[in-house]
Design a protein around this ligand. Sequence first.
Ligand SMILES: Nc1ncnc2c1ncn2[C@@H]1O[C@H](COP(=O)(O)OP(=O)(O)OP(=O)(O)O)[C@@H](O)[C@H]1O
Length: 310
Amino acid sequence: MLLSVEQIAKSYGARKAVDGVSFQVQRGQTVGLIGPNGAGKSTTVGMISGLLRADSGRILMDGEPMGQGVSAAKSKIGFVPQDLALYEDLSALENLKLFGALYGLKGAHLKLRCEQALALVNLSDRAQDHPSTFSGGMKRRLNIAAALLHDPLLLILDEPTVGVDPQSRNAIFDTLEVLQSQGRSLIYTSHYMEEVERLADHIVIIDHGKVLADETPAALYQRLPAQAALHAELASAPSALLLDGVKAQPGVTGVQHVGNALDIGLADAAHAPAVLSWLAAHGTPLLHFATAKTSLENIFLNLTGRSLRD
Ligand SMILES: Nc1ncnc2c1ncn2[C@@H]1O[C@H](COP(=O)(O)OP(=O)(O)OP(=O)(O)O)[C@@H](O)[C@H]1O
């Protein structure tokens, strides 16, 4: 195991921002930390990266306790904060050299690491430009490069796609996938389930400073009442009788309708053909239908009764 977070807690005055959070990160694993605004994600990763002191609990990095100040454990972690930390009046390369020097890198080794990091985030051709001329996404990528200079085992990213255009978002994902293929561990915080689902082997759901779930995406899917959804558009609005009939079909976990459209939850996608045949035999003509895997986005709603984003 690479990182063990054990019952960490932190209050700001009377407000408990993080209230006994525990989870682990294995070598090479990506853990997605997901929760709504104010759930305690930034405070949690702030404590893991050593920027914030925990009121209680313990954090072990590669077997060693994490504390404040410089330590071997801390040097194994790279942190990409939510707030961008770049010097606008230095070039991209000069920014990296400054960060690298702070990590104690020097000379040819520093230069090589800066070049490698710029190449990884696809900014080699902008090395001499100032970040003031960069898009939000390019600045974020430069920040990721800065956090990688000292070759950390674990990279922590706090909502790296906030304020980022879709193209740069994909470039960030591409970079993170390269890091994964190198066997690096990642902690990725977000309030977008689809992002976490794309990247993470393990998802930790956090709300009001507490862990609500800590599982693989597949295990979380199993917690959803419907595994698949069937959307069907009829030629006219369904009758109450038809709705009851659909609900009674094997594998149907729920039915909603808006106008002529039916949204049917299925315990398994394999039930879709039988439900469609039944509809064709009993309903008004079917104009259009589509099936889809249900979204993990629903899991938060399922666990808390609230949605991830308001
Ligand atoms: N420096 C601070 N002083 C006082 N309260 C704080 C401070 N930082 C965070 N909080 C509070 O602690 C709680 C957790 O905040 P935190 O930033 O960790 O959540 P988050 O999940 O990262 O949210 P977001 O997605 O909005 O960044 C919130 O109620 C927040 O208002």
